[in-house]
Design a protein around this ligand. Sequence first.
Ligand SMILES: [Zn+2]
Length: 276
Amino acid sequence: MRVDNILTVDVEDWFHICGIEDMIPADRWSRLESRVSDNTLKILMVLQKKRIKATFFVLGSVAEKHPSLVKAIQRHGHEIATHGYSHQRVYTMSPEAFRKDLRKSVSIISEITGCGINGYRAPEWSIRDDSLWALDILQEEGFLYDSSMAPLPIIGNSGYAKTPYEINLDGGRLWEVPPLVAVTPLVNLPLGGGWGLRTFPYSLIRSSIRRLNHQGQPALIYLHPREFDRANPYIRLSLVKQFVVNAGVERTDTRLERLLDDFIFTTISDVLGQLP
Ligand SMILES: [Zn+2]
């Protein structure tokens, strides 16, 4: 059975890491070296070579600073969605602040592309049980899908669904599109992106995608431009955070190429259009 999988990119810079706000506060961002354009262009080149379209969740503050990057992503024919404006975890914001942040990102990105936006991804998968109100706001603001709820312990909830599903809200429906995880008796493993995609054996990732595809379900992979950079500036992180952010970074590009050789990938909108 041919199943199209989902490839996504969170377009943000090397310093957009949740939980380091005390080390690199947002008011210092504008003075830091920006590496997001060069690194995103590397991803665009790979996708062009493999003739793959993806969904790019662009951070509003990155779009504001690099409109030509957003235009380049659009020119390559990819889907452009939003990653919010200020890269704050949703559960740390009030509903009003979330709506404001969302609208600001949409207005900046749409101004550049001339198109509307259908999808949102929260920083660090931060729509959880304590911030489900964000789904209603997304639906009210006209979004068709969200990709912010991870079926994983700690950052999400292991009980969340592992394949795309429609959520019934008071005002209507919203698709939720979760990342690839591997279910084990102990814990769900994060295979779809980040340290999991970079450090688990490739055979485990491949077999997990095959299993989903045999059920007719797509796997979702997510990437960050900084994962294609071997010269990211040093940030003094805790050992755990160091691992999460940097482990296996030298492997991201070859891993992506292998995935694109072994499976079919496309945008979220394309895949949702194929689902019943
Ligand atoms: Zn992010």
